[in-house]
Design a protein around this ligand. Structure first.
Ligand code: OSB
Ligand code: MG
Length: 361
C-alpha cells in the first residue's frame, strides 16, 4: 500500500477575485492511495494562503502527513476515521481530504459510484455559477454568457464599499434572475446600515457577510435584514450547524465537504439544516476535477435543495487533470457513473502540473 501527496498548480484562465484577494492559479494538494488494484484520490481544499480560513497548504501538509495519514493504515471506513480524526482540534480541510480519500477507496472497493455509495438519490444536479469581482462590463459579460449556457442561479462576489456598484449594475441589467452575493466575511456588525442597503436587490440570500467563525452577530443581523443569510465559512461542523439554526444565524447553508471535514459530517449538516427548515447547497473551492467530483457526489444527497457552485471547472482551467471533466447541459450536471469518484486521471497533465510530491507511507 502506498500513500502519496502531490502539490499541483493549474493556472486559471482569468484571475478570481473575492473580498479576501485575487487568485491566479489553483495550488492543490492531491492525495493518491494505491492498494492492490485500487487507486483512490482526493483533494485538500486549502490554498497557498490562509485567506478563506486559517488553514493553508503548509499546515495541511503537516496535519495530513504527521497526524491523519497514520490513522488510515488499516483503511478504516470514512465514519470510523471521522470519529478518530475529530479528536484533533480543528484542521478540517486536512482531515476532510483524508476522509474523502477513504470514501473514494471504499466505494471503489464495492464497485459503486460514490454518490450511490453515499445514499445519494439524484441523477442530475442543478448548477449555479460563482462570478468573481472584475470590471462591471466583464462581470456582466460573464453573467450573460452563463445565463445563455443555462446556469440556474448567479452568485456574485462583493466587498465592502462595492456592493452598490456591483449589485446595482447586475440587477439593472438582469432584473429577473435568481441572484445571490457572497461577501466572504468582509463586513462587521457595525456595518448593519450598509448591509441593510443590500435588501433592495432582491437576493435569494447573502452569503457570509460577517466574520469567518461568527454565529452570534449573524443571528442579530438576520433579525435586521429581510434578505436571508447563507453561511459558508462559519459552518465547520454539525454542532455549528445546529447552533446556527437554533439561534437563527442563517436559513441557508453552503456545504463544502472540504471545510466540514469530509462527507460524513457534510451529510449530517445537510440533514440538520433541512430538519430546521433551512435550505442547503454545495459550494466549491475552485477545485480540480478530483475535488469537484466529491462536491458533485454530495450534491446528489436528497437534502440538497438549491443549485450549487458545482460549475464545470472548464470555466476556470484550460486543462484539468482529469480526462472526463463534468459537462453541464441546460444548467444541470450528471454525476460520474464509474466506481468511486469516477474520474480518469490525465497522467501526462498530472505530471506536468506537479510542483512537488512525497510518499507518506
Ligand atoms: O466563498 O464560495 C466561496 C472560491 C474560493 C474560495 C471561496 C469561495 C469560492 C467560490 C468558488 O465562490 C466557487 C467554485 O468553486 O466554483
Ligand atoms: Mg462563500
Amino acid at each position: 500500500m502506498e500513500l502519496r501527496i502531490f502539490n499541483i498548480r493549474i493556472p486559471f484562465l482569468y484571475p478570481f477575485t473575492t473580498s479576501f484577494g485575487t487568485e491566479h492559479a489553483r495550488d492543490a494538494l492531491i492525495l493518491e492511495l494505491r492498494d492492490g488494484d485500487i487507486t483512490a484520490y482526493s483533494e485538500c481544499v486549502t490554498s497557498t494562503r490562509p485567506d478563506y480560513g486559517y488553514e493553508d497548504n503548509s499546515t495541511a501538509l503537516h496535519l495530513i502527513r504527521d497526524v491523519f495519514a497514520p490513522m488510515i493504515k488499516e483503511l478504516p471506513s470514512p465514519q470510523e476515521f471521522n470519529a478518530m480524526g475529530k479528536k484533533v482540534k480543528g484542521d478540517n480541510m486536512a482531515r476532510g481530504a483524508v476522509e474523502m480519500l477513504l470514501w473514494d477507496y471504499h466505494s471503489k472497493a464495492k464497485g459503486m459510484p460514490l454518490h450511490k455509495y453515499m445514499g445519494g438519490t439524484k441523477e442530475h444536479i442543478d448548477v449555479g455559477l460563482s462570478v468573481g469581482m472584475d470590471s462591471i462590463p466583464r462581470m456582466e459579460k460573464r453573467i450573460e454568457d452563463a445565463l445563455n449556457a443555462g446556469y440556474r442561479r448567479i452568485k456574485v462576489k462583493i466587498e465592502k464599499g462595492k456592493e452598490k456598484e456591483i449589485l446595482g449594475a447586475v440587477r439593472d441589467r438582469f432584473p429577473e434572475i435568481v441572484l445571490t452575493a457572497d461577501a466572504n466575511s468582509c463586513y462587521s456588525i457595525h456595518d448593519i446600515e450598509l448591509i441593510k442597503s443590500i435588501d433592495r436587490y432582491n437576493l435569494q440570500y447573502l452569503e457570509q457577510p460577517l466574520n469567518f467563525d461568527d454565529l452570534i452577530y449573524h443571528s442579530r443581523l438576520a433579525k435586521e435584514i429581510s434578505t436571508p443569510i447563507c453561511l459558508d465559512e462559519s459552518i465547520t461542523s454539525p454542532e455549528k450547524a445546529q447552533k446556527a439554526m437554533e439561534i437563527g444565524a442563517c436559513s441557508v447553508i453552503n456545504i463544502k465537504p472540504g471545510r466540514i471535514g469530509g462527507l460524513t459530517d457534510s451529510m449530517e449538516v445537510a440533514s440538520i439544516c433541512r430538519r430546521n427548515g433551512g435550505h442547503v447547497w454545495v459550494g466549491g473551492m475552485l477545485e480540480t476535477g478530483v475535488g469537484r467530483s466529491f462536491n458533485v457526489a454530495m450534491a446528489c444527497n436528497p437534502n440538497v435543495d438549491y443549485p450549487g457552485d458545482t460549475a464545470p471547472n472548464s470555466r476556470y482551467f484550460e486543462h484539468d487533470i482529469v480526462t472526463n471533466p463534468f459537462v453541464m447541459k441546460d444548467g444541470s450536471i450528471a454525476p460520474n457513473r464509474g466506481p468511486g469518484i469516477g474520474v480518469n486521471i490525465d497522467y501526462g497533465e498530472f505530471v506536468r502540473r506537479t510542483e512537488s510530491s512525497a510518499r507518506i507511507f
